[in-house]
Design a protein. Structure first.
Length: 414
């Protein structure tokens, strides 16, 4: 297949078609990314990926609900936490990526229709701008069934069901190790794409291609990629703490000043260079960021994720229209998904926030004229047990994820 014929859409469709093949298998070979980027790179085009990581393990078996004949089995297993059949938002699932000849019916959690007139994510699905990737999780090799799993004859990802390990494996696409630092697949992706970026000829070459609105996570980093971290409230300067703090702050101040003052020292030189880059980026971005705005009414009120996605939209506007950047990867997070108890209320509120924030962000990209250029997707530690523990669900393995954007082959389940 030539570069000219290998599109970004084909790449995403190819990944989605792997379904339950697992994150490691899907993302192990990033060569095709370079092909897709090379096929579309022009002087004026812009592309961004936005990862929304759901910290804690989203019970996605209540996000996508079987309806019709299969609902009885679902309700029996889920017990008190089952989504009532009448409240689920029925979606057209006849296609089901060509594998639904028996016309199984599905629905979305009612909170994903939140947003009144706009119809929420259900409307994006029906309009072809959202797809679901079903039964995906960390994997080292195919496992045919529960018997093979119970027999222990197949290699399993390390530390299944543990939050920190599974978050790391999702973000690095490496299920073989522990919690040692590893390159994130977003960082490795940036290494493949960065030669097609225009950052080295823009106003701000120090700005990383990868930007986090959620602090430090493995996803965005790699050997040659240092992500830029900012907060949802805007650009923050890296400053040495003052002298009026407590013991911890004063100790940090002495340590930083001591390191910055050490001559001809590898670590001190690296720290000083990093601080200088951060200062340069903050100096350029602070004014641009203050002069850029999005329609906040499109987003849920007092929402952490909504604030992060608004910041992403503002950074995309600056990067694309002022700085001339052509390729970016962003990371946002939303916590609280570890629903061992009180799941019906807690997950309902979280899904409403997620749905409204994703819908608002997509509406923003459309208003900016880049609905086809920005693709947003979710990830999470793991799915959860299908059987309820009575008032919630416990740590599981695979689950379902959302993919939103006008370039997505939407209106289907993969």
């Amino acid at each position: 297949m030539s570069n000219a014929n290998f599109s970004r859409r084909q790449f995403l469709s190819g990944c989605a078609a792997m379904g339950a093949a697992g994150a490691s298998a899907t993302l192990a070979n990033l060569f095709h990314i370079g092909q897709a980027v090379a096929a579309t790179a022009t002087a004026s085009d812009y592309k961004a990926l936005v990862c929304v990581f759901l910290l804690g393990g989203n019970d996605s078996f209540n996000m996508l609900v079987p309806l019709g004949a299969a609902y009885g089995d679902y309700a029996s297993a889920r017990g008190a936490i089952a989504v009532p059949e009448g409240s689920a938002i029925a979606i057209d699932s006849a296609g089901y990526a060509g594998r639904n000849d028996d016309h199984r019916a599905f629905g979305l959690h009612p909170a994903l229709g939140a947003g009144a007139a706009n119809g929420g994510l259900a409307a994006l699905y029906e309009g072809g701008s959202m797809a679901l990737l079903a039964n995906v999780g960390t994997l080292l090799e195919p496992i045919r069934d529960a018997d093979e799993y119970q027999a222990g004859t197949s290699r399993l990802p390390s530390y299944l069901f543990a939050h920190n390990h599974q978050q790391l494996q999702w973000q690095t696409a490496d299920g073989s190790g522990g919690v040692q630092a590893a390159a994130g697949w977003g960082g490795r992706l940036a290494e493949e794409m960065i030669r097609h970026n225009a950052n080295d000829g823009t106003l701000l070459p120090e700005l990383s291609m990868n930007i986090s609105l959620a602090g430090q996570h493995a996803f965005l980093g790699a050997d040659s990629v240092i992500p830029y971290a900012m907060s949802a409230s805007g650009v923050e300067r890296l400053v040495v703490p003052g002298t009026d703090g407590g013991i911890r702050q004063n100790t940090m101040r002495r340590t930083l000043l001591g390191l910055l003052g050490v001559p001809n020292h590898l670590m001190a030189d690296h720290l000083a260079a990093t601080k200088q880059r951060a200062d340069d980026v903050a100096e350029m971005l602070s004014g641009l960021y203050a002069d850029t705005a999005v329609d906040a009414t499109l987003y849920p009120v007092e929402s952490s994720l909504g604030a992060q996605l608004q910041a992403v939209a503002r950074m995309i506007d600056i990067s694309r229209n002022t700085l001339g950047v052509r390729r970016q990867i962003y990371l946002c997070t939303l916590g609280g998904w570890d629903t061992h108890a009180d799941q019906t209320v807690r997950q309902g509120a979280l899904l409403a926030e997620l749905g409204q924030a994703l819908h608002g962000f997509h509406a923003t990209t459309r208003a900016m004229g880049i609905g086809h250029e920005v693709t947003t997707f979710t990830g999470s530690d793991f799915g959860r047990t299908f059987n309820s523990n009575g008032d919630g669900s416990d740590h599981g393995w695979g689950g379902h994820q959302l993919i939103v954007g006008d370039a997505v082959a939407g209106g289907d389940i993969y």
